[in-house]
Design a protein around this ligand. Structure first.
Ligand SMILES: [Fe+2]
Length: 133
């Protein structure tokens, strides 16, 4: 199942949407690489990129929420921290198994479930709040 950003995931804040799109593209590249059993070091590089990019994205998103004095910032921070943990676990599983197909399917599922839920349920509210300002 490919990981694709769809317009219904739009938060309505341009730079946040742009980062979400890149995130989806990179996650998709990672899972494609895993499925095709491309070189382990390539997969590691991709996981590191995703890990770094996620941290950067969360930092930017949190800075923006601070800027607009978003009331649900703490809940967002907690959700972000928990996703960073999930990603660390995923990285460990990948490294331990060499990215076998079950890990890839599971990782795919975790990322899609978590990210689409988070964007749809939490990030979209940032856009609603901005509109109400
Ligand atoms: Fe968020």
């Amino acid at each position: 199942m490919p990981i694709v950003w769809t317009p219904n995931l739009s938060v309505g804040v341009e730079h946040i949407d742009a980062q979400h799109k890149i995130w989806f593209e990179k996650a998709n590249e990672l899972f494609e690489a895993g499925k095709e059993r491309r070189a382990q070091d390539y997969i590691n590089t991709m996981i590191d990129f995703l890990d770094e990019y996620t941290k950067k994205h969360f930092k930017d998103e949190e800075a923006y929420m601070e800027e607009i004095r978003y009331p649900e910032l703490d809940a967002q921070k907690r959700a972000h921290a928990s996703f960073i943990n999930d990603l660390a676990k995923l990285k460990k599983d990948y490294n331990e198994t060499g990215g076998n197909i079950l890990v890839i399917i599971n990782a795919n599922k975790i990322v899609i479930d978590w990210l689409t839920n988070h964007i749809q349920n939490m990030d979209k509210k940032i856009g609603d709040y901005v509109k109400s300002l």
